[in-house]
Ligand binder design. Structure first.
Ligand SMILES: *Cc1c(COP(=O)(O)O)cnc(C)c1O
Length: 487
């Protein structure tokens, strides 16, 4: 153990030795394997009260280092009971946050290597593996050739779909202002468009970019909650007449609320006629394209300027891993590249290398490609397809049960792995049901509002979810319904 050789100095920190790392590392991997194997016995949603976790822990840090076992004890006693178990097979809330064995190990290796991949030169393999893995993913999802790295475009891993949206906005604004916005700032109104169902990260992006919420136009949707291209054309026309510059249009493929799918090709026509950039946000549903029969989720993408989907939502890769693609990388890189003397490198200047720092907001970047690479190699195209296919079948089964029950109705098209449904007796009844079910700890589902009504959402997408978990969820829902009806 060479790096521990400094221990003779009186004030030297006591590093974990190789032997200790090995021993505690094995303990931690055992701990994780046990956790994942016993998830089903835990309440899905944490049952703690606000402040309970903090109150159970010392208010100040230790003066001297503590044994590792003491930390693991606190993890069991205090931290885990204060968690909502996103990997629980009966987690049907929000959207899933996937993890898997190969992904966990990839993440661990990334931490073990501790490299920075901001420039090609700071870790060539981190950059080249990322480029390769994103080309692999483009192939697995059958994305248009424009997004592959062998042309003008390419992919990059962002921390989240929210960052992808912000990057798309900055690239769009660079392009529509001919670079002026990047160097001199925004001197005329640049407008941004999306449907009323767009993810909240778009509003955050326009605020961060300094355009302000007033630049955002939320366009009307049809009765399946998809953006209406005619309403988009009308909004753009009004802004053009007012002297504004349409900058960015965001189409959503799989809205967070109800998995609504905007008509990408028609939207592209309207957006491009006005000179605007089209970003497609397919945060969860885009992953479905690993199954050939679900490739309709990629319809129209050949017209998009940028696209993102989250393997951390539905492709077995733990957070954070958002795959962001651009059809032309020049505006993105030009908008985000700042080159101080201390970051110059011969490889970059000769133009043969990608520096991913220019494709994202922060400078530093983790080696995230490693976990995605491990997942793609472990499961293979067939395994990934079988995975999403299973969830889609479970959701279809659940929707059938809902449709056959007199007290419930399905309230949005069931396209993939999300079922929006409600009790026919109204909002209060549905809110009561959700609370009762989630308090039980047996399952976890969340609610949304569609057409002004409170709706229950059951999203199937956890790594361990099988048909029996969805059957148990339906049994719990109908039991709660009849108990309440019987009161
Ligand atoms: C979940 C979601 C997001 C946000 O994803 P993050 O990766 O957590 O930022 C954005 N858009 C849609 C459609 C989503 O469903």
């Amino acid at each position: 153990m060479r790096y521990n050789a400094g221990m003779k100095e009186p004030d030297a920190p006591r590093h974990m030795t190789s032997e200790e790392l090995r021993r505690h590392g094995h303990e931690v991997v055992d701990w994780i394997a046990d956790y994942l194997a016993t998830l089903e016995q835990r309440p899905v949603r944490s049952q703690v009260a606000p402040g309970e976790v903090r109150a159970a822990l010392p208010s100040s840090p230790p003066r001297r280092g503590e044994p590792f076992a003491a930390v693991l004890d606190d993890l069991d006693a205090t931290i885990v009971p204060g968690l909502t178990h996103w990997q629980h097979p009966s987690f049907f809330a929000y959207f899933p946050a996937n993890s898997s064995g190969p992904s966990i190990l990839g993440e661990l290796l990334s931490a073990g290597l501790g490299v920075q991949g901001m420039l090609w030169e700071t870790s060539p393999a981190a950059t080249e593996l990322e480029t390769l893995v994103l080309d692999w993913l483009a192939e697995l999802l059958d994305l248009p050739a424009t997004f592959r790295s062998d042309g003008a475009g390419g992919g990059v891993i962002q921390d989240s779909a929210s960052s992808a949206t912000l990057c798309a906005l900055l690239a769009a604004r660079h392009r529509v202002t001919g670079g002026a916005a990047t160097s001199a700032g925004v001197d005329r109104p640049l407008t941004v468009y999306a449907s009323t169902q767009v993810h909240s990260s778009l509003e955050k992006a326009v605020r961060i970019a300094g355009h302000g919420t007033a630049s955002l136009r939320l366009v009307d949707v049809d009765d399946e909650h998809a953006l209406r291209p005619d309403a988009l054309a009308e909004a753009i026309g009004a802004d053009l007449a007012d002297g504004a510059t349409p900058c960015l249009v965001v189409a959503t493929v799989g809205s967070t609320s109800s998995l609504a799918v905007d008509p990408v090709a028609e939207i592209a026509e309207v957006a491009h006629a006005a000179g605007a950039w089209l970003h497609v946000d397919a945060a969860m549903l885009g992953c479905a394209a690993v199954a050939p029969e679900l490739r309709w989720v990629g319809a129209g993408l050949e017209h998009a300027d940028s696209y993102c989907t989250n393997p951390h939502k539905w492709l077995l890769t733990n957070f954070d891993c958002d795959a962001f693609y651009v059809a032309d990388r020049a505006p993105l890189v030009e908008a985000l590249s700042v080159l101080p003397a201390y970051l110059r490198s011969a490889a970059s200047e000769q133009g043969g290398a990608i520096d991913y720092r220019d494709w994202q907001i922060p400078l530093g970047r983790r080696f995230r490609a490693l976990k995605l690479w491990m997942v793609l190699r472990w499961y293979g195209a067939e395994g990934l397809a079988a995975y999403v296919r299973g969830h889609v079948a479970h959701a279809a089964w659940f929707a059938e049960q809902v449709r056959a029950h007199p007290a419930f109705e399905v309230v949005a098209p069931v396209r993939a792995n999300l079922v929006c449904f409600r009790h026919v007796d109204g909002d209060e009844r549905n809110a009561g049901l959700a609370e009762r079910l989630n308090d039980s700890g047996e399952l976890y589902l969340t609610t949304t509002r569609l057409d002004g009504r409170l709706v229950l959402r059951l999203g199937v997408g956890a790594t361990q979810t099988e048909r029996r978990h969805v059957e148990a969820a339906w049994a719990a829902i109908t039991a709660a319904e009849s108990e309440e009806s019987g009161r």
